[in-house]
Design a protein around this ligand. Structure first.
Ligand SMILES: [Ca+2]
Length: 136
């Protein structure tokens, strides 16, 4: 019985969110506009936690069946003027799972950058702020 529980727990662990990071370019090294470390919870507004609220990139990723497609790559999910592919290091949208991306991630595909200014001035998200109250 204990072995069964451990096995089920293991299955849950591998089927949770970190898997998604394997199917987007630089999924484990996504640029963090709010700090020096990578943005770990890529689909969320909190860089370190899988909060309930999903950012626009996560919503588009889910709508497309959690697959890195040319359409998702070319889209600008967060509306900051730079495509998801360019932000994640696949500017030509040629990356496939397991391959080395063309370059490093230089932006976050679900966080409008620069945070709080330019095209993002009207976006409620601010660094250090997450949850419904600050997404607006
Ligand atoms: Ca962005």
């Amino acid at each position: 019985m204990i072995k069964l529980v451990i096995c089920l727990f293991g299955l849950l662990a591998v089927s949770s969110h970190p898997y998604y990071r394997d199917v987007i370019p630089n999924g484990y090294a996504v640029f963090n506009p709010c700090g020096a470390s990578y943005w770990e919870a890529v689909g969320h507004y909190d860089p370190n936690h899988h909060t309930i609220d999903k950012n626009p990139f996560a919503q588009a990723f889910a709508a497309g069946g959690h697959v890195w497609t040319a359409a998702l790559c070319n889209a600008d999910s967060d509306g900051d003027g730079t495509s998801n592919g360019a932000e994640l290091g696949d500017p030509n949208c040629v990356w496939t799972a397991g391959a080395t991306p063309e370059r490093s991630s230089t932006g976050h595909p679900g966080i409008c950058e620069p945070v709080g200014s330019g095209p993002c001035a009207s976006v409620a998200f601010r660094c250090g702020c997450h949850g419904h109250s600050c997404i607006g």
